[in-house]
Write a protein that binds this ligand. Structure first.
Ligand code: CP
Ligand code: NVA
Length: 302
């Protein structure tokens, strides 16, 4: 493992091994503080972040390393005064790895061409693999394994949903269904064309809620209707109302169906408060697992 850019870059065995190690180390409170001793990570954010910033910063420190957080506006890259290539070569001089949150996924792909240190995708407009890994970890902890689970996604097909599609395509044992309006699907398809993704989406994406699939759902997830840096499409917003995660929707799923959300959430829009703050919500478990899964990514990469 050289970089951590997308779920598609790894085999099912690698993903399972990473998740199992993260869970084991979390459960046995196994710390290996010296593992990043003398190492420095740059955490670079072109867009806002609460969890990714905090969890990576803490993960590095808990493993004995140091970190420097840079916002886009802090460095010459954002004003166009310095090229991406020169910026990344400079990062490589002063660090042992870089976590990047970027507006354009292409920035990460261009970065790995010139970086001499490992690069971790901390969210792009295309994908959010660390979030998906934390979600997978949360589900395994809750349900025991991913085997035969029916995992469902309602609402916009965002960067987080994309990483879930990639995880599903690795045959990790779970079924996956997305319920989303046609326009949201079309916007997603036009976005992934640019990145030449080769995914079988026909069987996954539904433009109407299928009561049969819903009745056997073990997990229901959603995401904000307004992702960072995306233009507001009023038609999509109107159509998304049919795909809100409501108490009524949750009641149609299995009794022990859990709700997950990457956060930040817009309570009352994509999800009702009674769901996100209800007994079956696992949003805080998922958010705290960002730390544990990212520690394992750092142990492997750095
Ligand atoms: N879920 C997530 O990545 O949160 P932040 O945007 O707060 O980092
Ligand atoms: N889809 C959201 C995820 C935030 C963690 C966004 O890109 O803003």
């Amino acid at each position: 493992m050289k970089n951590f850019i997308d779920i598609k870059d790894f085999t099912a065995e690698e993903i399972n091994a990473l998740l199992n190690s993260a869970i084991e180390k979390k459960n046995h409170n196994l710390s290996s503080k010296e593992i990043l001793s003398g190492k420095n990570l740059i955490l670079f954010f072109e867009k806002n972040s609460t969890r990714t910033r905090l969890s990576f910063d803490l993960a590095v420190k808990q493993l004995g390393g140091s970190s420097i957080i840079l916002n886009g506006s802090d460095i010459h890259l954002s004003s166009g005064k310095e090229s991406l290539s020169d910026t990344i070569k400079t990062f490589s001089l002063y660090s042992d790895g870089v976590v990047m949150r970027v507006n354009k996924h292409q920035t990460i792909l261009d970065t790995i061409e010139v970086s001499s240190v490992p690069i971790i995708n901390g969210l792009s407009n295309l994908s959010h693999p660390c979030q998906c890994m934390a979600g997978l970890m949360t589900i395994i902890e809750e349900k025991g394994s991913l085997e035969n689970l029916n995992i469902t996604w309602f609402g916009p097909i965002t960067n987080v949903a994309h990483s879930w599609i990639e995880a599903y395509s690795k045959n990790l044992g779970f079924k996956f269904s997305i319920f989303s309006p046609d326009r949201s699907r079309d916007l997603y398809l036009s976005k992934i064309t640019k990145y030449k993704e080769n995914l079988n989406l026909e069987s996954i994406i539904h433009n109407q809620i299928d009561d049969e699939i819903l009745s056997t759902a073990d997990v229901i997830m959603t995401d904000t209707w307004q992702s960072m840096g995306e233009e507001t499409d009023e038609q999509v917003i109107r159509e998304l109302h049919d795909f809100r995660v409501t108490k009524t929707l949750m009641n149609m799923a299995k009794k022990d169906c859990i709700f997950m959300h990457c956060l930040p959430a817009n309570r009352g829009q994509e999800v009702e408060e009674t769901v996100i703050d209800g007994a079956n919500s696992r949003i805080w478990e998922e958010a705290s697992n960002r730390l544990h899964v990212q520690k394992q990514i750092l142990r492997i990469l750095i």
